[in-house]
Design a protein around this ligand. Structure first.
Ligand SMILES: [Zn+2]
Length: 62
């Protein structure tokens, strides 16, 4: 399972509707989504981007 290299939290990389890759907290994904992670499209109402709570988020944005 991927981990954030900055804070070591469990994360998954999923696609957004625009085709970008976004890191999200694993805990915000359902078991069904985790079993088919490559098909999941980021939904801001459901998925929690790891940018929000990563202590190193400032480095992500650069
Ligand atoms: Zn992090």
């Amino acid at each position: 399972m991927p981990k954030c290299k900055h804070c070591n939290k469990d994360i998954q990389f999923i696609k957004t509707a625009t085709g970008k890759i976004c890191p999200v907290n694993t805990e915000s994904l359902s078991d069904e989504e985790l079993s088919a992670i490559s098909t999941v499209i980021f939904n801001p109402k459901i998925h929690k981007t790891h940018f929000i709570d990563c202590p190193a988020a400032e480095r992500f944005r650069k």
